[in-house]
Design a protein around this ligand. Structure first.
Ligand SMILES: [Zn+2]
Length: 354
């Protein structure tokens, strides 16, 4: 009996290793997202950039984690009250004039219509680390109300409101990435599909916990430095220059971010294909060097045959469609690996130590 079992299990292991070889290589997903999303010039800039890249077909879709204060003009700020906060208080600027709000809504509607995703970055940009579910719920209710009532609150024309509803918002990134247990029960109760407030190794496939996909930012190598940072522009600012820009080293910092993103991409593309996560802000960190690096990165990788630069919602759709065995095979990289892609227009790598 023992012998029979042993040979049966040997036979099964042959079958399963053959099955593993039959798993097809998954696409390389790249998710590029922005936080806060206040500045109108930046809405214009990223709208133009997306139009440029998508001119001859679908190459890139962005996700925007928008703070709810953007839906409320400065004059009407007392309509908002954050959890345990004074009425009209926020950690970042309100939406400017009513006309600024109107223009911002128009940008968001156009991008949403073109297949980009609008998601939530809460409202007043408070640190929710100590918040229970009640506080998170209050903040999410404020977000929904500000979105739904943008016309009435800001005295806009009836057709100047949002072309989508709060039910279309299914993703979240916490301000300061500051999360608590109560956040996750709240997200699940309110029908959210994913959260992007955590961090994880750069080659980790996403996990679903408590019904919520965790699309965490990645711990990546800071090219040429032997140090690590998070795949987010603010973290580069801190790692490269202690949170303050240094104008004389702008070009060096731009190149280092580009090389870091490209190394992260190459490792995953030729490795287990774990999705790439990149988070930026509308703030003009490092005198625009990071925006240039991100554009160069997107131009180089988005549109390659096996690469899909998609919204987080699209990534959630893909993840929801995976059988558990398939995801397990992806985690292990149990599929024919790709060779290094040829990347156009990335120029000389300076001290990046690929
Ligand atoms: Zn933020």
């Amino acid at each position: 009996m023992r012998i029979v079992l042993a040979s049966l299990s040997a036979a099964l292991s042959v079958v399963s290793s053959q099955a593993a070889e039959l798993v097809e290589r998954p696409p390389q997903f790249v998710a590029i997202a922005f936080d806060n999303c206040t500045e109108l010039e930046r809405w214009q800039e990223w709208s133009d950039f997306a139009a440029e890249l998508n001119r001859d077909g679908e190459r890139v879709r962005f996700t925007f984690f928008v703070s709810g204060i953007n839906f409320l003009s400065n004059a009407k700020k007392t309509l908002y009250q954050g959890p345990s906060q004074a009425r009209g208080a926020s950690r970042i600027n309100f939406g400017g004039s009513a006309d600024d709000v109107r223009k911002r809504v128009a940008f968001m509607n156009a991008l949403h219509r073109d297949g980009h995703e609008m998601a939530s970055h809460a409202v007043g940009h408070f640190d929710g680390r100590g918040w229970g579910a009640g506080s998170w719920n209050s903040e999410f209710t404020s977000f929904d109300n500000l979105l739904t009532n943008v016309v009435r609150n800001n005295e806009l024309a009836p057709d100047e409101g949002f072309a989508f509803s709060s039910k279309d918002i299914v993703g979240f990134r916490a301000p300061y990435l500051a999360h608590s247990a109560g956040l996750y029960t709240t997200l699940a109760e309110r029908g959210f599909r994913y959260d992007t407030s955590g961090t994880m190794p750069s080659n980790a496939w996403p996990e679903k916990r408590d019904g919520i996909w965790r699309f965490n930012l990645a711990e990546i190598k800071l090219a040429g430095s032997g140090r690590a940072t998070l795949s987010m522009d603010y973290n580069f600012l801190v790692a490269q220059s202690g949170a303050a820009p240094i104008a004389s080293r702008r070009e060096q910092f731009r190149r280092q971010m580009l090389d870091s993103y490209l190394s992260y991409f190459r490792a995953n593309y030729t490795g287990n294909r774990a999705p790439i996560h990149i988070g930026h802000h509308f703030s003009d960190y490092q005198n625009g060097a990071y925006r240039e690096a991100l554009k160069q990165f997107a131009r180089s990788v988005c549109g390659l045959p096996e690469v899909r630069c998609v919204t987080y919602k699209t990534l959630a759709d893909f993840m929801d469609g995976l059988q558990p065995e398939m995801l397990a095979a992806y985690r292990k990289g149990d599929f024919p690996r790709a060779i290094e892609p040829v990347l156009a227009g990335v120029g000389e790598t300076v001290g990046a130590g690929r």
